[in-house]
Design a binder for this molecule. Sequence first.
Ligand code: NAP
Length: 344
Amino acid sequence: MEKDCNNASVEVMSNKQVIYREKVRGSLKETNLKVKTSLERPKADKDSGTIAVKNLYLACEPYNLHLIKYFTRLGSPVPGYGVARVLESGHPNFKKGDLVWGMTRWEEYSLITAPETCFKIEHTDVPLSYYTGLLGMPGLTAYAGFFEVCSPKKGDNVFISVASGAVGQLVGQFAKLFGCYVVGSTGSKERVDLLKNKFGFDDAFNFKEELDLDAALKRCFPKGIDIYFENFGGKMLDAVLLNMKFHGRITVCGMVSQYNLERHEGIHNLINLVLKRVRMEGFVESDYYHIYPKFLEMVLPQIKEGKIVPVEDIVEGLENSPAALVGVFSGRNVGKQMVVVSRE
Ligand SMILES: NC(=O)c1ccc[n+]([C@@H]2O[C@H](COP(=O)([O-])OP(=O)(O)OC[C@H]3O[C@@H](n4cnc5c(N)ncnc54)[C@H](OP(=O)(O)O)[C@@H]3O)[C@@H](O)[C@H]2O)c1
């Protein structure tokens, strides 16, 4: 609400949006997206099964590019995960004022047509921004990927690529708390320091400075790798395959080095899966929504006790979100990249 010239409350009808303007060919560019203001804000009709929300925080992550490329029509707002407040509800499970996190759109106000896929935020004694990272989709990804797919054992040698990203930083911290030896790779000296000094990794390296990734992995893991948490793909996966231990596990979470390529790189060392009896398995976090309460039960006390620390990279204003998303693919972000739409 804003005040008109008679000091009466009037509803603001504009809605700033970031729309998909031009088809992505090769790498994502800022010009593929456009900020515009529409003169309507969506409303949720009574009993429509929808909710109208005010977006507060939006996650900026590789998943946005996947959604843009494969699920967004030109002219529509960019979809993505975010934290929002319910303005009107036509759905029995939500009421005005509720805070939710889930799939929304890059705009000030959104109509969520499948609110059953959103999670109500019950714990507000932690920063709300955490629900775009640590307590949101990346957190659940890290938890499910590590505890449900990696089959970890105390003392395992764990390697994580894209380790300072939203998912990687948490996998590393979970693995350390579980009693593993943990090494991460990342793309800058600053982020190597973050891994070692903030997140408590045992070792870390900058993949951009290593001419021979196989040699870097042999230096960090002279006895080999039990668990590889794969976020990178391409040349990193190929080098890891040469360094897996017998009966090791490769959990494939993502392959960010491939997303901007017209043609994905080939992998040459897959025979090691056979020779070393390695299990390689992909997963998608949405298959694990049912364990979200169990995840919260474990992670909330650890946050409050300071055993898990998130690092966030916060950009102010929707108009800066295209640059922030492009930056995620050049490693400009340090920690979880998010955009603040409104601090209410
Ligand atoms: N399976 C699932 O359900 C699921 C869910 C969420 C995410 N994921 C995947 O998990 C991975 C990490 O996601 P996230 O949300 O944690 O990412 P993020 O925090 O947004 O991290 C992006 C980071 O990726 C690295 N990067 C970007 N472009 C790259 C390139 N061309 N080559 C190499 N590294 C590059 C950069 O870090 P550095 O250069 O410092 O390494 C950048 O800071 C991605 O592969 C994503 O697709 C999967």
